[in-house]
Design a protein around this ligand. Sequence first.
Ligand code: KG4
Ligand code: ZN
Length: 407
Amino acid sequence: MGPYGGDFNLKIEKNQDFIYYGAMVILAIETSCDDTGIAILEAGGEASPVFSVLSNIVSSQTEIHRQYGGVFPMMAKREHQRNLVPVLAQALTSAKLANYKSQDTNSKLETVKKILEKEHSLFEQVKEFLTNYERPTIDAIAVTFGPGLEPCLYVGVNFAKALSYFWDIPLIPVNHIEAHILVNFLEHRVIKFPSVALVVSGGHTQIILVNGVGKYKILGETRDDAAGECFDKCAKMLGLKYPGGPVISTIASKAVRGQTSYKLPRPMINTNDYDFSFSGLKTAVLYAVKGKRLTKQYVEEMCVEIQQAIIDVLLKKTLQAAKDYQAKTIILGGGVSANSELRSQFKFKIQKQPLGVPAGPAKFKILFPEKNLSTDNGLMIAVAGYFHRAKKIAWQKVKVNANLRIS
Ligand code: KG4
Ligand code: ZN
């Protein structure tokens, strides 16, 4: 369990009578890529909500995909099927919402079987779970319905539908990209708009104008690979493990600075737009490493340079967008935003003058989530679900959309 486990609280004492009229408990499910995430969140209030995290469990499949150097959707789907029930049981237990009941046979299980007809091995576990556990006291189930890997999204959505039907609890469909942005509300209850969000993950790299919750416009995005994908593929070429982002980041942080003798391109850094391209960087790394002995020093230097090339373009374009749209805040989200160097360079660029010059007043406030919440997790789905609580619907109406866009 991560640091946001069962006893984490924001602003509210556990077991205190909930102070907000209309407070609700949301169970959230995330399976869009290779992490199985389930969280339970209690939330209340309107403009600046109050959150109490009851549990947040993430089961990572990294070890399984590592041997292949990337995520295999069908294998990820199989792992989600295996993980969902144990993760749910852990999330409910941690939130003190798991109660055993005496076994009974329930006629509803026939429909549950139909909902999970394409997830047969999951059905067997769900059946046992539903037979043994009482309906928990939750008000809604939020679930990622896109974007992401289609087979993975289906497992999570069908699982959510089965629970929704069996327990008679409405569903809230959540956009994964929006959740990467809105998770910032957990720590910063008030966010000033307009804001420019940079969502950088393994599948997406987008600069989004945020005029309020639910009011988005994509200003620019990658024309080919995502930044996280670039980290992962470059790492593979250097003989490093998957996922490449954290590995490159760790090696780069230990490297002796100022020694890089290789200069990689910063694709599209000077174009007059907010778009990105990372496939050229990947190709440049491919040519650079060709026939080279991958010595420790060489790999270190390449890690520093790859990371810096990616940071340079992300920083330049995001700052430009923030200036052009007179943003009050810059919001970072997605797996790559866990990168320490990226965080510190964003902070430095935004909050300080060049070295030696006293710090000036910051033009924008910069927000990023706690590192564990930058990468995929159920809690971000719960937070987004709370903001969209008015859109709760019957389980039959939820449809997977692997190519879902935010605007
Ligand atoms: O948001 P996320 O968990 O999943 C997707 O929605 O794709 O992002 C995963 C991506 C991977 O490409 C991974 O290499 C990258 O985020 N990542 C990082 C770091 N931690 C994860 N990239 C750079 N530095 C990190 N510390
Ligand atoms: Zn993600």
